[in-house]
Design a protein around this ligand. Structure first.
Ligand SMILES: [Zn+2]
Length: 221
């Protein structure tokens, strides 16, 4: 682990910096089970998963505030997520929880963004270590911020570009999509993207456990 990147434990116990009532789960949209890195560990120019994602976000013109970069994750000046969960289950910090993220247009101000490496497939598979860490990170956020372990509420809000706001729960990026037919459920045909490739509501209902078919097994590679 690089010294500039702070593991999750170091953020636990920090004062609650802004009003957070929404947890959004994302994926990197890279092939399941494939390490996200550039070069070989230890070689010149090697980039780990958060560094690769930081480069993607830099290319999209995401920029953290300079004082925030100085204070936290100083080698990740662009990354939009707060947490990145690597294939091994290792949890990396991106933005500090004090910072507004750049991961879900219209929903950044009140949310935390978590990104799982992998997830390119419509039915994503994550490693057992990733599922375990996801449960740990989400559980910590729910307990620290008093967020219900449920799908967030969606409330009409004419001041928002999308016409609604969402708060008070945990969801996947795709669940923020507009409810095109207005039946109160965001259905697969309405998803503007498939990220994170699994049904977060069902995962919550199973006590934050994956289905066996959602666990990446090395021999499948
Ligand atoms: Zn996403």
């Amino acid at each position: 682990m690089l010294a500039n990147q702070t593991p999750i434990a170091r953020q636990v116990g920090q004062p609650l910096p802004r009003s957070i009532d929404l947890v959004v789960i994302h994926c990197a949209a890279t092939p399941s089970g494939k390490p996200l890195q550039q070069g070989k560990p230890g070689s010149v120019g090697y980039m780990n998963a958060p560094q690769v994602i930081d480069a993607w976000h830099a290319a999209r013109q995401f920029r953290r505030r300079p004082e925030a970069v100085r204070a936290f994750s100083s080698k990740l000046p662009s990354i939009g997520y707060h947490f990145i969960i690597d294939l091994t289950g290792e949890v990396w910090s991106g933005r500090a929880l004090t910072e507004v993220g750049a991961h879900a247009a219209e929903f950044n101000a009140n949310s935390v963004g978590i990104c799982l490496v992998g997830g390119a497939e419509r039915e994503a598979k994550y490693t057992a270590g990733q599922w375990k860490s996801l449960q740990a990170v989400v559980s910590m956020l729910l307990s620290d911020y008093g967020i219900p372990c449920a799908a967030p509420k969606r409330v009409p809000d004419k001041t928002r570009k999308l016409g609604y706001t969402m708060f008070g729960g945990v969801c996947g990026h795709r669940d923020l999509s507009p409810d095109g037919d207005g039946d109160g459920l965001v259905e697969p045909f309405e998803w503007t993207k498939t990220c994170p490739g699994f049904d977060v509501r069902a995962w919550l209902a199973r006590g934050m456990q994956p289905e066996v078919s959602q666990i990446y097994q090395e021999q499948q590679a």
